[in-house]
Design a protein around this ligand. Structure first.
Ligand code: GDP
Ligand code: MG
Length: 167
């Protein structure tokens, strides 16, 4: 099996960290600067029977310039061509305008499974996750909802196994 998976989410939710954890290499540029990864950076996850090409997609945010506008268009194109989309969120922070804007974009995407990935579970009590899940569910339908810690690697393999079902 092989395919393309886009990782989307507002700045600092852990997109680069997740990709690095998944592929076990420091390919994406780790930074707190929102647009360090201006170009789509591809990371490849390979096992005996699976190959996943990750696209770290920074362009899904409200455009505030012509460049931003171009990035949003490029990102939209990418989202319709991939096999799955990982919408990454920081489970320790309330749903904000950034998350809502991304969900509006994701609702326009047809036929691509969208995973809600709740990241940074190492920072909260497991029970605190349930109300967060409920809130996201009210906003849109997700193909799968998977909690992870990209930093510590918790549940990342399970996420990859789920993803590989849609390749
Ligand atoms: P990006 O902007 O979405 O690519 O986010 P980064 O991958 O650069 O991560 C932003 C910050 O969050 C960094 O300081 C990471 O170390 C931290 N981070 C990412 N994932 C986790 C996680 O699962 N747990 C914790 N505690 N911190 C994380
Ligand atoms: Mg990044």
């Amino acid at each position: 099996k092989s395919g393309f998976v886009a990782i989307v989410g507002r700045p600092n939710v852990g997109k680069s960290t997740l990709m690095n954890q998944a592929i076990g290499q420091k390919i994406a540029i780790m930074s707190d600067k929102p647009q360090t990864t201006r170009n789509k950076i591809h990371g490849v996850y390979t096992t005996d029977d699976t190959q996943i090409v990750f696209l770290d997609t920074p362009g899904i945010h409200k455009p505030n310039s012509k460049l931003g506008n171009y990035m949003v268009k490029a990102a939209e194109g990418a989202l319709n061509e991939v096999d799955a989309i990982l919408f990454l969120t920081d489970v320790t922070e309330p749903i904000g305008g950034g998350d809502r804007y991304i969900m509006e974009q994701l609702k326009k995407v047809t036929d691509t499974p969208v995973f809600l990935v709740l990241n940074k579970i190492d920072k909260i009590h497991p029970e605190a996750m349930l109300p967060v899940i409920e809130k996201f569910r009210k906003q849109m339908d997700f193909t799968e909802i998977v909690p992870v810690s990209a930093l510590q690697g918790n549940n990342v393999n399970a996420l990859l196994e789920q993803v590989s079902k849609y390749l």
